[in-house]
Design a protein around this ligand. Structure first.
Ligand SMILES: Cc1cc2nc3c(=O)[nH]c(=O)nc-3n(C[C@H](O)[C@H](O)[C@H](O)COP(=O)(O)OP(=O)(O)OC[C@H]3O[C@@H](n4cnc5c(N)ncnc54)[C@H](O)[C@@H]3O)c2cc1C
Length: 514
């Protein structure tokens, strides 16, 4: 029977990154993926004959270090593309255009304040940036290298200078609304800048806690938080990760659902020794690395009977219900949006911060938003091969759509929500409805079913202060290790979190190779 140094469960981008580093260090690695194709939420799926869409449809923070370490450009990944401007759509066609370093369509005061806002947040994002590609040590740790990480964090913050340090400590836990109100007058601008602090979380503009930290996390990307679509689309990143892993000797098994992590008793307590697949095949390895979400890993694959009760309770209590739905349209031709010359940007429909807050209010009591807010792109403008010639797709993220709807999700609910979304977009585009050949709505529950992702959460678990850093996913399973010997984690459910970044996969590999 074949045996491996490492088996990675799930073939998302984090698993692919982890596999690359492990194989390059000399390990024999097998990745097992439930779906036909690798890439997780970044994979492209045909949602209507001839029309393909990725759930994660644009990049904003994929690590340049990983791209360069793995020489992904030699495998066809070309990230040298301009950032997408964010276009905050206005019903009176006074749209606001947000570029990396400037904003157009607002008062002179707002435009000047934008520069101040950007330079302040960029400074803060730069301080945090090195820590996303590092394991964050447990607090009670006597290892000198780990202690130095804490010293480094403290020092970086202190070296900003007294005023900036105070400002950083004040700002990072502010509700997004307060920060935006401090800087700007334009409702559209405030709502658009809030968006990346909130999307993927159960936070709205008035929520305190960590939304600014999430914004700073996203701003660590090469375009300061702006999205981009690489030449060749998101697929080119996934294809490059697969090709480089293949070159390093990684083996791939697709259309295979892992049903169980095989655990045995050893001198060190419980130890992971292999996996059992849906067709009862057992495959052994020296270590098992889970690239799937923490709840699935511990509750379904390890089994609560193999963990301490306190630990399984903690895992059960992880907040991992998603609030973002994916909405794809197959279009017969490029729609026009009122007052827009070009659709080469990320368009936002969220007129005010209150519109986002009200959308959240509906959802927190178990309904979906009656007036959804959304962002959308037309990926075929960057990668025409995603639709038949001359045709297009529109890909949108809708907030806030609960995983658990009061009374459960029915087809009627989904049809009603689909109509609401199309009505919302139609306020800005008079011909979109006539162009629709097909629509697809993936609620967080659908994302759970499609990708085996518990709760359908953007980050595999809420990115909140109590589920971050050395507490991600929980204190006992941080640093990519788990209470079970030889069982590791490498997905977005670990530090630093989700988004197509690769950091969790990278950090896990570094911990394993240590
Ligand atoms: C609606 C939505 C839109 C998003 N848009 C963006 C975006 O535009 N840009 C961005 O950067 N991020 C985006 N994200 C976030 C991003 O997609 C995720 O954070 C990221 O995909 C996590 O990567 P991962 O490799 O950790 O896990 P995943 O991408 O979730 O991959 C896990 C893989 O494991 C497989 N799997 C699960 N269980 C098993 C099992 N038992 N056996 C075998 N295989 C299994 C799954 O099929 C999947 O392929 C979005 C998220 C959502 C929900």
């Amino acid at each position: 029977m074949k045996s491996y140094d490492s088996i990675i469960i799930g073939g998302g981008h984090n698993a692919l990154v982890c596999a690359n580093y492990l194989a390059k260090s000399g390990q024999k690695v097998l990745i097992i993926e439930a779906l036909k194709k690798f890439g997780g939420l970044a994979v492209d799926r045909e949602f209507f004959p001839g029309f393909r869409a990725n759930t994660a449809s644009a990049l904003n923070q994929f690590s340049e270090k990983i791209a360069s370490d793995l020489n992904l450009s030699s495998h066809g990944f070309n990230s040298k593309t301009d950032a997408l401007k964010n276009i905050a759509l206005d019903l009176s066609q006074n749209h606001v255009y947000i570029n990396e370093d400037s904003v157009i369509g607002v008062s002179e005061t707002d435009a000047q304040n934008f520069n101040q806002y950007k330079s302040l947040l960029k400074k803060f994002a730069d301080v945090l940036k090195p820590f996303w590609l590092k394991s964050i040590p447990r607090l009670k740790n006597e290892n000198i290298k780990d202690l130095l990480t804490f010293v480094e964090i403290g020092l970086k913050i202190r070296l900003m200078g007294k005023e900036d340090m105070r400002e950083f400590l004040r700002v990072f836990s502010l509700p997004t609304r307060d920060l935006m109100d401090e800087f700007f007058d334009s409702d559209l601008l405030k709502a658009a800048l809030s968006w990346d602090a909130l999307i993927g979380s159960s936070q709205a503009p008035r929520s305190p806690n960590n939304s600014i930290l999430t914004l700073l996390y996203r701003m660590s990307g090469k375009h300061q938080g702006h999205y981009y679509i690489p030449n060749g689309g998101i697929d080119s990143l996934i294809d490059a990760l697969v090709s480089s892993a293949e070159e390093a000797g990684v083996e791939f098994m697709s259309e295979t659902l892992v049903k169980e992590i095989i655990i045995e008793n050893s001198q060190n307590g419980l130890k992971a020794i292999g996996v059992k697949t849906h067709n009862s095949e057992e495959i052994k390895a020296d270590r098992i690395i889970s690239g799937v979400d923490p709840k699935q890993t511990f509750i379904n694959l390890v089994g609560a009977h193999n963990t301490e009760i306190e630990f399984s309770n903690r895992i059960n209590r992880l907040r991992s219900n998603g609030y973002v739905a994916k909405f794809n349209l197959a279009l017969s031709s490029l729609p026009s949006f009122m007052g827009l010359d070009s659709l080469r940007g990320r368009m936002l429909i969220a007129p005010t911060m209150d519109s986002i807050e009200f959308a959240w209010d509906d959802t927190k009591y178990g309904d979906y938003s009656q007036n959804p807010v959304l962002d959308m792109i037309v990926p075929t403008l960057f990668n025409p091969s995603m639709a038949p010639e001359g045709k297009h797709i529109l890909s949108a993220n809708i907030m806030y759509i609960p995983y658990q709807k009061k009374g459960g999700w029915s087809e009627e609910d989904k049809n009603e929500l689909t109509e609401k979304i199309i009505d919302t977009i139609s306020q800005y585009s008079t011909n979109i409805r006539d162009n629709i050949l097909h629509s697809e709505l993936l609620t967080p529950l659908d994302l759970e079913t499609e990708f085996n992702l518990t709760g359908g959460h953007w980050h595999h678990g809420e990115l909140a202060l109590d589920q971050m850093l050395m507490m991600r996913p929980t204190y006992e399973a941080a640093q990519y290790r788990t209470p079970i010997d030889k069982l590791y984690l490498c997905s977005a459910g670990c530090h630093p979190g989700g988004g197509i970044m690769g950091a969790a996969g990278y950090n896990a590999a570094k911990e394993i190779i240590k």
